[in-house]
Design a protein around this ligand. Structure first.
Ligand code: BGC
Length: 266
């Protein structure tokens, strides 16, 4: 086994400048991967993280792209190949929420969330497959690895978030279909379904004591997740330790998807 789990691998992490993506970039770099930190609107944060990784002896670049834009996605892959020579791992992590009750949800809110969370993952997975198949074999038995960022809301309905749940439900079947299609070509495709993780996307759910107490009713394990909890799962799915795993969704949620309301009820 390699000394570090991702030694010699090059990775793209979309939405890498904050939240779960930032945690994954740091963990990948610690495990020896070269990391392309994708961002859309936070160049300073992405550049700062690239600097942090380089200062620790790693290799990193910050690369802008709107994941829902076909040519920007291709340009992001070009920039990564130019910097690192190849691409072995793509984490399709970038995602947004734009919440509203159904009656007032604008079509633009629906479209924006589907574009970023579902179409964005499709474009990144498609580009990943193209590049994985076009390059010589790399350091892993797999020709390449795609990790889709899903959510517990690929299975848990969520009133007031229909655009988000629809996007993550879509990610679930997209990931499984891609895994089936790409396994014969040596490409592994898996997903992580995080529960409530302490990041900016759900600040209102944890930033006050009242909200945090209410949130705990949904988490049997009794604590909110941290980006590092997801990052460790991503390292494993990206590494050869999971070489026989494809088409899987790994729930990393402290039990949120176990219908905690049924404990002592029903
Ligand atoms: C959402 C968060 C939410 C969590 C658990 C995530 O997918 O982005 O806002 O806290 O699911 O409900």
């Amino acid at each position: 086994m390699r000394e570090r789990l991702l030694e010699g691998c090059a990775a793209i992490v979309t939405g890498g400048s904050s939240g779960i993506g930032a945690g994954i970039c740091r963990a990948f770099a610690r495990e020896g991967a070269k990391v392309a930190i994708n961002y859309l609107s936070a160049p300073a944060a992405a550049e700062a993280m690239a600097g942090e990784i380089r200062a620790a002896g790693g290799e990193a670049i910050a690369v802008v792209a709107d994941v829902a834009n076909e040519s920007q996605v291709a340009a992001m892959f070009d920039a990564t190949e130019k910097a690192f020579g190849r691409i072995d791992i793509v984490v399709a992590n970038a995602g947004i929420q734009s919440d509203a009750p159904l009656e007032t949800m604008e079509l633009s809110q629906w479209n924006a969330v589907i574009a970023a969370n579902l179409t964005g993952q499709f474009l990144c997975a498609r580009e990943a497959a193209r590049r994985f198949l076009a390059q010589p074999a790399g350091p892993s038995p797999a020709r390449g690895k795609v990790i889709c960022m899903s959510s517990v809301h690929e299975v848990i309905p969520w009133a007031g978030h229909v655009n988000y749940t629809a996007s993550k439900g879509g990610v679930h079947m997209m990931m499984r279909s891609l895994a089936q299609e790409l396994a014969p070509k040596g490409i592994r495709v898996n997903a992580i379904a995080p529960g409530a993780i302490r990041t900016p996307i759900n600040r209102s759910a944890w930033s006050t004591p009242e909200a945090a107490a209410k949130l705990m009713e949904l988490i049997p394990y009794g604590r909110i997740g941290e980006p590092e909890d997801i990052a460790r799962a991503a390292v494993w799915l990206a590494s050869d330790e999971s070489d026989y795993v494809t088409g899987a969704t790994l729930f990393v949620d402290g039990g949120m998807s176990l219908y905690p309301g049924f404990a002592g009820n029903g």
